[in-house]
Design a protein around this ligand. Structure first.
Ligand code: NAD
Length: 512
């Protein structure tokens, strides 16, 4: 047991009646064995207090090799790969139910590890449970195809497990990202080796324990925390890894796309964003104000889909911005366990400082700070990695702060003149992840939504998700699709059969 301290944060959780009996044991899951890692020491820091609350030895590239080889063998010998779909689905259902039953524990652990509010981590746990059950249902109802014959054959198409899937996730929404990869990959009958982020490895390890208890055959899932450049890289390069699903930054994703290309291996990439949110002059202003605020400042802005570029029609830009600034200034910074907290600490001091530096650079380049803009000097917040909701104006869409992903609670407001102007500005970015449109005119909403390069468009709402609706990033925001009924097929090899039904042997070169 390497729980370093009963942190103030942990006792805060306890005082709210939340079970902190969290098993912070220095063990990683290597093909079903819980071992002390032989890799780098990971020190887990509570973002609210700066205390190291646990330590963990991570994996190494050698551990990756063991996990991949033994995972592949376990998927076969345990029968996981050949199990009937409804039998595998039953296990996935039990995993979903186990997540639900442990929701408070998962939420508390994730709040401790990432600083996020409990309201958010509870929602992420529920989402993960739903994802496992949805993928179970998708698996049970997924048909192969009897294709239309174009000759004297019965022709059909089926799906088979790929073997071992690598799942690499970032720190901002751990259990939900895990579930989006693990549930469909396991559903398809694969073994999975998961590489959680250095800054937040604990929830993925807890998930592995829940999977075990729910009856996932031993060895089919490994969870190997460790540095991306060694452990993650070894996973992607491993010759027996048949597919990787990666969520993280665009620079890392682009590098991994090259590695995958060398292996001719499929890879799904869910990457960064700089999403526009567009407020037309006919918008329901109250709805727009609340949605825009939530879209950028929830999760302390540490969200790939954060609506960080706010375009407002020029006729309402001043009034809208004034009210947005007033409301952003009233958002309450505090610990994630306090139900009154709107904006929790950021994941780590290094990340918070990089956000602060980007704002400083923008100000030096001429941006005007309308609220926030500096690390708070409130002694109540001194120990945590806080950064306040920040709104910048007097920028153009060409400025660095409008082009680079900040991944923090920082928004720019830019006025626009008409539809053509805002479509051009919104699309003038390398990213294509999400977009928000605020208007009472649904014809306009659909017209503009079709014209914006984004995988997801929200109209009069923002940052809402459904596991049944596919999620994808265009341009530098990614490659491939997650979620939706077809997610299981993304982790399966398709195979076609021709069964000859003719009475005569095959004639040489007969065209069909
Ligand atoms: P990151 O790219 O630094 O790391 C993501 C994961 O990749 C981590 O587990 C890391 O250890 C691993 N990694 C790093 N280098 C690697 C390598 N060479 N080989 C293999 N693995 C490697 O990203 P981050 O800072 O953890 O996360 C923030 C980024 O994630 C933001 O850009 C954000 O927009 C993006 N994100 C995207 C989505 C989406 O669905 N599109 C969702 C959440 C976060």
């Amino acid at each position: 047991m390497s729980l370093v301290a009963n942190t103030p944060y942990a006792s805060d959780l306890a005082s709210q009646g939340i079970d902190t009996g969290i098993d912070l044991v220095d063990r990683i899951c290597v093909a079903g064995r819980w071992e002390i890692g032989t890799g780098d020491l990971i020190e887990s820091v509570d973002p609210a207090t700066g205390h190291i609350f646990a330590t963990l030895h991570g994996a190494t590239p050698e551990t990756v090799d063991t996990a991949v080889r033994e995972g592949l063998s376990a998927a076969t010998t345990s029968g996981w790969a050949t199990m009937l779909p409804h039998e595998r689905a039953a296990v996935l259902h039990r995993i979903g139910n186990a997540i639900d039953a442990s929701r408070e524990r998962i939420a508390a652990l994730q709040t401790l590890d990432t600083g996020k509010t409990l309201a958010e981590t509870r929602a992420l746990a529920s989402s993960a449970a739903n994802t496992f059950r949805y993928m179970a249902a998708a698996l049970e109802t997924m048909d192969g195809a009897l294709t239309t014959p174009r000759g004297p054959w019965m022709t059909m198409s089926t799906h088979r497990p790929m073997g071992v899937v690598g799942a690499i996730t970032p720190w901002n929404s751990p259990i939900a990202s895990d579930a989006q990869k693990l549930a469909p990959a396991l559903a398809a009958g694969n073994a999975v080796v998961s590489k959680p982020p250095m800054w937040a490895p604990w929830v993925t390890l807890l998930l592995a324990r829940l999977c075990e208890e729910a009856g996932l055959p031993r060895g089919v899932l490994s969870v190997l925390p460790g540095p991306g450049r060694s452990v993650g890289e070894a996973l992607v390069r491993h010759p027996l890894v048949a597919k990787v699903s990666f969520t993280g930054g665009t620079t890392t994703g682009r590098h991994l796309a090259h590695v995958a290309a060398d292996k001719l291996m499929p890879i799904t990439l869910e990457l960064g964003g700089k999403s526009p949110t567009i407020v037309f002059d006919d918008a329901d202003i109250e709805r727009a104000l609340q949605g825009v605020l939530f879209g950028i400042f929830s999760s302390s802005g540490q969200s790939c889909i954060a609506g960080s570029r706010i375009f407002v029609h020029r006729s309402i830009a001043d009034a809208f911005t004034d009210e947005l600034v007033a409301r952003a200034g009233r958002l309450r910074l505090g610990v994630g366990t306090d139900p009154a907290t709107d904006v929790a600490p950021m994941i780590a001091a290094a990340h918070r400082d990089s956000v602060a530096a980007m704002v400083d650079d923008a100000v030096a380049a001429g941006a005007r700070v309308r609220c926030g803009g500096a690390i708070p000097d409130d002694p109540r917040l001194a120990a945590g990695t806080y950064y306040p909701p920040t709104i910048l104006t007097d920028v153009t869409n060409a400025d660095t702060i409008c082009r680079d992903e900040v991944f923090g609670p920082v928004a720019v407001v830019i006025p626009f003149d008409d539809e053509a102007d805002v479509i051009a500005q919104a699309n003038d970015t390398v990213y294509g992840l999400a977009c928000g449109i605020w208007t009472e005119d649904y014809r306009r909403a659909l017209r503009v939504g079709e014209a914006i390069h984004a995988g997801t468009v929200w109209v009069n709402t923002y940052k809402q998700f459904s596991i049944s609706t596919p999620f994808t990033g265009l341009r530098d925001s990614g490659l491939g699709i997650e979620k939706g009924r077809d997610a299981v097929r993304q982790y399966a090899d398709q195979k076609s059969f021709y069964l000859d039904l003719s009475d005569s042997p095959l004639a040489w070169g007969s065209p069909r």
